[in-house]
Design a protein around this ligand. Structure first.
Ligand SMILES: Cc1cc2nc3c(=O)[nH]c(=O)nc-3n(C[C@H](O)[C@H](O)[C@H](O)COP(=O)(O)OP(=O)(O)OC[C@H]3O[C@@H](n4cnc5c(N)ncnc54)[C@H](O)[C@@H]3O)c2cc1C
Length: 474
């Protein structure tokens, strides 16, 4: 291949782009990852800086760890997996939140989730806030939880989208950092760093991908940039793809930011314990004490509060966090904490937010966004996942699904001539068809090195109507 020429250009070197690149390399095809930042990983970012320990400023939890492909990859890299259950599965420290109130809150939260997940698919979508108990005592705190989980308050979140989210309930961590694992998985990939793609010209026989450093020609492209950037048309297509812009606008990135604080005399607090700043309002932080037993606090802020704090600059986060902690633990506590690290994901030009949520009525935008165009422009990234969206493993699975593996595999949509032997009719061809089609999902088989591809409902129905709701084992 000539310089500036490749078979597959991958736009974005985050979890999805790296997964796609590795898959393509394993298939002995030529690819090039073009990444805007000076580093790989995107919203997966472990940094050490002035901390004695690695700190994950983006993803930290291996959600659905029992089926999360990054877990095996981390282990293969020699990283250590910490299986301590997360603080949100246990009671909080009884400071400002008496045990009896915690019982009442957990019951209200459980009922809220049951209501959300029992909504039939055929019912019209509503804002998730609609499902709250009218004037419920714990509505504000449930809303705060939504700002951490979705990056947005419940009035902006689609009930249907949340009900489709699939979580196995197993949440583990990587001691060396989740971001470390994801970036290391990209080692050996052909990569151009610091090159924001401005335009993908698909008017010619070959694609022309324009970056600040020049143009790249390619047969196919896998676009993995965050949905918010597609909605804002920071990356343009010619001819334009208005259906992608519209779909991406239905899947904005919510906002969640972490502030890490060093904690003196940390032993006074239980390892892996948690405090809510307030329990009577939604604009509050949640504080994870001694993650991994380290003398630190990981403070988490989401939704409108995070947006307000971002507008105030880095110091606004520390002021707010220390104010809440002092309110709970007394004025001397201010002398025991020191800000370490923070990243404002909302003003990050290559993220513009933390993770996607669907606006009410827009859950099916995930399928529209994921649909390939002309069999040569493919889309991946967490926002393209129907049931693992907002996560690093969801991003991985969409990246793998967008990349070729085995040309003889019946679900291959790969545009190269070799793929023509494979029956491609099982994959929907138009965006509209794709939107109504339960996406072919890529599930991970922990015992193998490669994800095994399984087909979900629609294909299962074609093969065996009685198994229509269940994936067929590969
Ligand atoms: C604070 C926070 C906490 C989180 N916690 C968790 C967690 O505990 N567990 C979990 O699973 N997930 C978590 N996530 C979400 C997870 O990090 C993301 O879902 C995942 O990393 C997204 O991967 P991606 O490849 O889809 O997108 P990205 O990582 O955003 O990758 C896209 C890449 O495209 C690049 N790019 C953008 N524009 C251009 C352009 N024009 N040209 C070229 N490149 C471009 C970006 O720089 C980026 O590297 C968290 C995220 C945040 C911010």
């Amino acid at each position: 291949m000539a310089k500036g020429d490749t078979e597959v250009v991958i736009v974005g070197g985050g979890a999805a782009g790296i997964a796609a690149g590795r898959r393509i390399m394993d298939a002995h095809l030529d690819c090039l990852v073009v990444e805007a930042r000076p580093r790989l990983g995107g919203r997966a970012w472990t940094m050490r800086g002035n901390s004695a320990f690695p700190i994950d400023l983006g993803c930290g939890w291996l959600h659905s760890a029992d089926r999360n492909p990054w877990r095996d990859i981390a282990e293969a890299q020699g990283c250590s997996i910490d299986t301590t259950p997360p603080p949100w599965t246990r009671r909080s420290a009884p400071i400002g939140f008496p045990p009896s109130e915690q019982t009442s809150f957990l019951q209200a939260l459980q009922e809220f989730h049951q209501q959300l997940h029992s909504r039939p698919e055929q019912e019209p979508d509503v804002p998730a806030a609609t499902v709250l108990e009218p004037l419920g005592q714990w509505n504000a705190l449930i809303n705060a939880i939504s700002t951490y989980a979705n990056g947005a308050e419940l009035d902006r979140v689609s009930a249907r989208d949340v009900s489709r989210y699939d979580d196995s309930g197993v949440n583990w961590r990587v001691v060396e950092g989740y971001g470390t694992v994801i970036a290391a998985h990209g080692a050996g990939l052909p990569v151009m760093l610091g090159q924001p793609v401005r335009l993908i010209d698909r008017s010619g026989r070959r694609l022309r991908v324009e970056t600040a450093g020049g143009a790249i020609t390619a047969d196919s492209a896998i676009v993995t940039v965050p949905s918010g950037l597609l909605a804002e048309e920071r990356l343009l297509f010619t001819p334009p793809l208005p259906e992608k812009t519209e779909a991406a606008a239905g899947l904005p990135l919510g906002l969640a930011d972490k502030l890490f604080l060093a904690l003196a005399e940390a032993e006074e607090f239980d390892k892996e314990s948690r405090l809510f700043g307030r329990t009577d309002r939604s604009d509050t932080g949640v504080y994870h004490f001694r993650p991994f037993g380290r003398p630190q606090i990981e403070a988490y802020f989401g939704g409108r509060l995070a947006a307000e704090l971002e507008a105030g600059g880095d110091l606004a986060f520390a002021d707010f966090a220390i104010g809440e902690l002092v309110g709970l633990l007394g004025s001397d506590f201010a002398h025991r904490v020191k800000p370490l690290h923070l990243h404002r994901w909302g003003v990050d030009p290559f993220a513009r937010g933390s993770y996607s949520h669907a606006l009410p009525g827009k859950a099916d935008c995930r399928g529209v966004l994921a649909a390939p165009v002309d069999d040569r422009v493919f889309f991946a990234g967490e926002a393209c996942s129907r049931s693992d969206y907002s996560t690093a493993h969801g991003a991985y699975l969409t990246g793998v699904a967008a990349a070729p593996d085995d040309f003889n595999y019946p679900c291959g949509w790969w545009p190269k001539p070799a793929a023509s032997a494979a029956p491609r009719s099982v994959r929907p061809s138009s965006p509209a068809e794709y939107a109504s089609f339960p996406i072919v999902s890529v599930r991970y088989t922990p015992s193998s090195n490669l994800p095994a591809i399984r087909f979900t409902a629609a294909l299962a129905a074609m093969l065996s109507p009685r198994r229509a709701r269940k994936p067929i084992a590969a």
